[in-house]
Design a binder for this molecule. Structure first.
Ligand SMILES: [Zn+2]
Length: 87
């Protein structure tokens, strides 16, 4: 196993000495790596979206009719400066 590992990670072997089985393995590992990166990115994106929804909310200003996303801690309309009512 250790010999196989050192052969696998030997740079010269990777460049010039692959058998087709090793090429298939490298391709599969690359695909697996990309799948993991894609999945992690999706999870992080969903996590950040959930986090954003905790602090930002869609509101409609009763005074001027402005509609948009504001921080729940920012209680004034960005358009007219009037106090926003959160529902
Ligand atoms: Zn307004």
């Amino acid at each position: 196993m250790k010999e196989w590992l050192s052969k696998f990670f030997d740079f010269e072997t990777l460049l010039f000495g692959q058998t087709w089985i090793e090429v298939v393995w490298i391709a599969l590992l690359a695909l697996l790596f990309l799948a993991i990166v894609y999945t992690v990115n999706r999870i992080v994106a969903i996590g950040q979206k959930g986090h954003m929804e905790d602090y930002f909310t869609w509101v409609r200003c009763d005074t001027c009719g402005w509609t948009g996303e504001v921080s729940k801690f920012h209680k004034n309309c960005p358009n007219c400066g009037d106090t926003l009512n959160f529902r």
